[in-house]
Design a protein around this ligand. Sequence first.
Ligand code: GLN
Length: 548
Amino acid sequence: MPTEQTGYDPSLGRKFVFVTGGVMSGLGKGITAASTGRLLANAGFDVTAVKIDPYLNVDAGTMNPFQHGEVYVLKDGGEVDLDLGNYERFLDTEMTSDHNVTTGKVYREVIEKERAGDYLGRTVQIIPHITDDIKRRIREAAAGSDVCIVEVGGTVGDIEGMPYLEALRQFAHEQDDEDILFTHVTLVPYSKNGEQKTKPTQHSVKELRSIGLQPDILVGRCADPLDDQTREKIALFCDVPTDAVFSNPDVADIYRVPLVVEDEGLDEYVMAQLDIDGEALPPEERDTVWRETVTREPEGSVDVALVGKYGLEDAYISIHESLKHAGLEKRVDVDRQWVHSEDLADGHDDQLAGVDGVVIPGGFGSRGTEGKVEAIRYCREHDVPLLGLCLGFQLSVVEFARNVLGLEGAHSAELDEGTPHPVIDLLPEQKRMEDMGGTMRLGAHETDLREGTLARELYGAPTCTERHRHRYEVNPEYIPALEDAGMVFSGTSGNRMEVLELPDHPYFLGTQFHPEFRSRPTRVSPPFVGFLDAIATAETPARVGGDA
Ligand code: GLN
């Protein structure tokens, strides 16, 4: 029965797997959850996910990548937590911002309703108003799917997470026609004498039970698989059957977690508990593409430099993953090296000597941009394959304007307001809009790809649809001069330049959009595949000063 407060019809999306974490954050509960989802999808189910972030930010748009990792962009333009990227990659699905529930979103909605008088003078409280809104969001995001995985960020006991756990408790209590499973992921550390310790798990389950939640499944994150004795102990003290205690040992690569989870039988257990095992495809008919893809053995390796300002993998996680996907497809191990753009001041491009290719990621603000321009010049002059993404695309235009067109001081108006040559700038129509805010171009937009170009060949189609997150554009006044000097704008969207390339170079490709947000292990983004192809066929003089 729908609750009166929410008035929401839960006729769709009746199978939920709630995932909480204990002991400490960063255990990889999102990967465990996404891996379980992948296996359910392999068994023929339509799986979706909701990530709950108990912070007060409305979305991740304003968050600093250094603290929180990359801001992931969805097709609807939602700027969300990077975990949504993992769900999209593992489930090979496209989600919307409704799949990222934050405290900011929930409170804003409830407060706006209160201001509008919707609560008819009642006292507005965390229970029931906030908890009802949380439940409504989860059910709405699940609508249309067979199974919805709901991951609660943070760890049990965090003050911010309390309203969510209370909402989940009510959720389980109020619906007879929904199947709900609570999975708790905890840490099982080793003691000095090599014993697997269960006390942290016991304490965290105790905490969970004190707020009325009894886990159905426990997953122990440990360096190794859990011993039988450890599992029995956890089962006894946490009040679950022994076969509901699973291991999630360390693996070389996150994409292998679904294989481990499958070996453990977690997927079968989940399906049985959700009462969908009867509808699952028989094991021999399940989708094996994932397993085949992620277990490909590399036949060689390449060194790729990522020239960014944050020396932190999480800040560029989607690029990192896209390179990995392309590596799986091409059967090469992509050794990703982080090069701090600030270190690449004039003449210090020796850090790039010997690399097989360079990726320049997106970014905001001027810090480190001169180093990126330097890296682009290096790639252009030494025929080193280059992939420039968003800011990397824009700085490729800046570099070309300065060093090929001879426009001294050329820059992006975002980074140097007083530049004599704003080759990257807001478009006139954006300048008019600026006063009203909202100049950021976000989400999926279509790009036309010009016949006979590399971009068209890579995508194998006259258009591509990719996600965006930027404000500035190539200044139309400079396009004729750039083109006369040999830069080709092979992708456009109206008067916006979307893709650039240099035909005389082994691979010099820039995209104003972010292809990294749509790459999947099983469906690799074309610019990344092309990049590795070019590296494979590049003649080695590129390795100036290198070991070739
Ligand atoms: N700062 C640039 C702009 O706003 C590029 C943004 C990005 O790289 N995501 O246009």
